[in-house]
Design a binder for this molecule. Sequence first.
Ligand SMILES: Nc1ncnc2c1ncn2[C@@H]1O[C@H](COP(=O)(O)OP(=O)(O)O)[C@@H](O)[C@H]1O
Ligand SMILES: [Mg+2]
Length: 211
Amino acid sequence: MAITKDDVLSWIRDYAQVIEENFEMLTDLDREIGDADHGANMRRGFKAVLEKLPSVEDKDIGAILKSVGMTLLSKVGGAAGPLYSTFFMKAGTTIGAKSEMAIDDWAKALEASTAGIAALGKAQPNDKTMLDALYPAVDALNTAIGNGSSNGEALQKSADAAHEGMLATIPLVARKGRASYLGERSAGHQDPGATSSYLLIKSAAETWADS
Ligand SMILES: Nc1ncnc2c1ncn2[C@@H]1O[C@H](COP(=O)(O)OP(=O)(O)O)[C@@H](O)[C@H]1O
Ligand SMILES: [Mg+2]
């Protein structure tokens, strides 16, 4: 079974809806250790993505994801804009001009996208960033595929690992981004970017559960 272009479009639409439903929660998290704009940033970006989507929905998966990345770069400021832009651009270039992809293609894309965020933001694991949700998602996906799990199971394991990684940011002291200005006082709060990244992986798992 495969993940089709329509599945990818459904994922992007679903995530835009998830952001709409959770932007206040993301903003509240960012109020604790940042500047209370992460929800608004993501909401603005994915509103623009939804507006642009009809003009690219007849294109291949790579072109669609690259378009999402370019829209995010132009609409979302702060740290998260360029980082999420890189995520979608890398996913698009890794998958390329395909109208459907296998779970292995998604695993490679997720790995390349996560590496792209790490290269741009120069964060390490446990720096209390979105990478702390994404790295476990990559590892769990690869492990599940290696164990012969179904696509749906592998995607669910990936989302579960992202969830654990998100929760594991709570005790961490931030070493990158605005939250790092707080030093030790950043401990005890869940990272907003790890939260939006978990929601992204969860949305893929739910949208592609039957792929
Ligand atoms: N260098 C970095 N690498 C990876 N993620 C980062 C980095 N800096 C910040 N982030 C992520 O960005 C999130 C904050 O996003 P946002 O509030 O939209 O931007 P800003 O911090 O500029 O206000 C953080 O919670 C963190 O997960
Ligand atoms: Mg912020």
